[in-house]
Design a protein around this ligand. Structure first.
Ligand code: ADP
Ligand code: MG
Length: 646
């Protein structure tokens, strides 16, 4: 088992710095055999870390050949290199490089997450390793709660979790006191004794003494190599047990991304909430606005269809003319003429006014509605007691009145029958001949029973002081023929008036126009909501970009421990999506609360699931779309540069 595991041939690593070129490595050739304990020694700046990064496949050489387990590293794809880092190498850094937000146990688990180990096995293995390194009772501590020596032992456990054949340690004792340093060195020796290949970088002679082979470098060149003690078998060993391109399951990576996302949101709670605000407001706006829109749509719909789709309404004044009230040409005779047309069931001449009705010492302000004898059948509204006025009453200008239920109750509070009693309207006594059945509140909340009906002829002479109508309501027999009937009505009135000083609308067209208005309204609200989602999305992107910069080191650590570009991409995208989805949920709640408040204040609000689902989906999609750019930025980071960042 003493085959070559790593073989570097004439490795050059140059850094261009303006005009000058720094030769960090200048022709390094080094062969490491399985089971060796090599110390690489040199002063600061001699190229040790650069060499280590190349050995660990974190960095690519400028030129030269590097064989890992017999495979040329230069020919491997980024994902295959990630697999090598994950399964062949375990890294121990001078400054531990633990994730501050994760517990010791979770830190140890990271490489095995990317190796696709199931959750249970991962934590079991992490616990076992920490136990073995004397940190069994520190599994749930975060790095800030551990001493330097303990943190470095956690880092060693992390290096071991995938059971890699090679441990790379870059000045692992550099930041430790001598006692902790001794412990870490003893640990490395023990790992060596178990058959692992150890490459230890140090600038201290005392540390190098622990190794079985010392390689000294200076200015990027090897000065001295104590050599491999037993060079007997030197054929390259190929390790065919590992398949570097597979191994990472998407679900494990997804799970890790979700956990990390959740944690990073918690760490920056205030910032997260501020970021969420845009999304929350956007989603809440969609939910509440569309509920209000739906409510008002339903209200209009109810009001119009309560009126009946077989009705037509004639008003004085051509469409679009103001001061229609001054037009005096619409008269009861028009209604009579219209009634004679085919397909017209009834034509009700109408005028109304507010006035006080008095009975005994009770005064009550109500609406007096002048109408025709066909009103009960046209409006499908029955008389409860007594009768409605008839054609004879109309002709005779009879001073009779039919009370709405509310008026009857108000004027006759003791429950006596109003029929046959006289009430005063404008000091004229009117005989009560009937009381209408109760109709209840209209869809817009007004009391439909707060009304009295008088014959239109009587009303125009005695009450309203005007001898022209404010409208004629027409009921057609066959609603499907309403358009043709409307044309006939228009033709008739044009002949009678010799001009078109009126407008006819049928309920179907009013309904349609109202629906179109409502749809425009809804579209408008939707647009406003979409814009606020967009603004929210840009906020998320902004904060994610900041987050990537802040967490460059974390990204470096994850890459060094085997995360692929895809894993990093997924992680940051998931984070953005989680932010937005959380914002979506909160937004829906806020939208419902806002809707309930509006409902409480008297608005018609109708919630439906579609806008909520849609808004939530939009918010999550916003996260994915706006999270992509920052995620890609993170995934494209060079592991070496990411690791070196502060
Ligand atoms: P050591 O780890 O032995 O202290 P390094 O390998 O970190 O040394 O650095 C070797 C040389 O390469 C130094 O002169 C350093 O300034 C240079 N160097 C290292 N990284 C970079 C880089 N990213 N850009 C430019 N020069 C670098
Ligand atoms: Mg260094």
């Amino acid at each position: 088992m003493n085959g070559k595991i790593l073989e570097l041939k004439d490795i050059q690593k140059h850094y261009k710095n303006g005009d000058t070129t720094v030769r960090a490595l200048d022709g390094v050739s080094l062969t490491v055999h399985r089971g060796e304990f090599v110390a690489i020694m040199g002063q600061s700046g001699s190229g040790k870390t650069t060499l280590m990064n190349i050995i660990g496949c974190l960095d690519r050489p400028t030129s030269g050949s590097y064989l890992v387990l017999g495979k040329e590293a230069a020919h491997l794809s980024p994902d295959e290199l990630a697999a090598l880092r994950r399964e062949t190498f375990g890294f121990v850094f001078q400054r531990y490089n633990l994730l501050a937000t994760a517990t010791a146990g979770e830190n140890v688990e990271i490489p095995s997450v990317y190796a696709g180990l199931p959750k249970q096995k991962r934590s079991q293995r992490a616990r076992g390793l920490l136990q073995r390194l004397g940190l069994g009772d520190r599994t749930d501590h975060r790095p800030a709660e551990l001493s330097g020596g303990q943190q470095q032992r956690v880092a060693v456990a992390r290096a071991l979790v995938n059971d890699p054949p090679v441990i790379l340690a870059d000045e692992p004792t550099g930041a430790l006191d001598s006692k902790s340093g001794e412990e870490v060195l003893a640990l490395l020796k023990q790992l060596h004794a178990e058959g692992r290949t150890i490459i230890l970088i140090t600038h201290a002679e005392s540390v190098a003494q622990h190794a079985s082979r010392v390689v000294r470098i200076q200015d990027g060149r090897i000065l001295e190599d104590s050599g491999f003690p037993d060079k007997g078998t030197s054929e390259t060993t190929e390790d065919n047990n590992r398949d570097y391109t597979s191994g990472v399951s998407l679900s494990a990576s997804l799970q890790e991304a979700l956990v990390t996302a959740w944690r990073s949101l918690q760490v920056n709670l205030f910032r997260t909430v501020l970021t969420l605000l845009g999304i929350i407001i956007g989603v809440a706006a969609v939910v509440a606005m569309l509920a209000v829109g739906e409510g008002s749509r339903q209200k209009v719909l109810d009001r119009i269809s309560a009126f009946g789709t077989n009705l037509m309404l004639i008003r004085p004044g051509a469409a679009g003319i103001r001061n229609a009230g001054d037009i005096i040409t619409l008269v009861p005779e028009d209604a009579a003429a219209i009634k004679a047309l085919p397909n017209v069931e009834t034509a009700l001449p109408e005028r109304s006014g507010r006035m006080t009705v008095r009975y005994g010492n009770i005064d009550y302000q109500t609406t007096a509605q002048g109408t025709g004898e066909d009103f009960p059948s046209a409006r499908d509204w029955k008389v409860a007691e007594g009768q409605f006025f008839n054609a004879d009453d109309m002709k005779a200008y009879a001073p009779v009145v039919v009370l709405g239920r509310t008026v009857a109750k108000t004027l006759f509070p003791d429950g006596g029958s109003p029929i046959g009693k006289y009430v005063l309207l404008r000091n004229v006594p009117f005989l009560v001949i009937g009381v209408m059945t109760e109709k209840g509140a209209s869809p817009n909340g007004s009391d439909q029973d707060d009304v009295i009906f008088v014959p239109i002829n009587t009303g125009m002479i005695r009450l309203f002081g005007k001898n022209y109508l404010s409208s004629i309501t027409i009921k057609v027999t066959d609603a499907s023929d309403i358009d043709a009937t409307q044309e006939r009505v228009e033709a008739l009135l044009k002949t009678r008036h010799r001009t078109e000083d009126f407008s006819v609308r049928n309920m179907a067209s009013i309904l349609q126009a109202a629906m179109e208005t409502q749809d425009t309204f809804t579209l408008l609200l939707g647009t406003v909501a979409a814009i606020s989602l967009l603004v929210g999305g840009i906020g998320v992107m902004n904060i994610m970009l900041v987050s990537v910069v802040e967490r460059t080191r974390e990204i470096g650590i994850r890459m060094a421990t085997g995360a692929r570009m895809r894993d990093i991409l997924l992680q940051f995208n998931i984070e953005a999506a989680v932010v937005c989805a959380a914002g979506g949920v909160l937004g829906i709640l806020l939208g419902i609360i806002a809707g309930l408040v509006l409902r409480y204040s008297g608005m018609t609000v109708i919630f439906s699931a579609t806008p909520a689902v849609l808004a939530f989906a939009c918010a999550s999609a916003t996260g994915l779309i706006f999270g992509y750019l920052p995620a890609r930025k993170a995934a494209r980071l060079d592991p070496v540069i990411a690791l070196a960042s502060e």
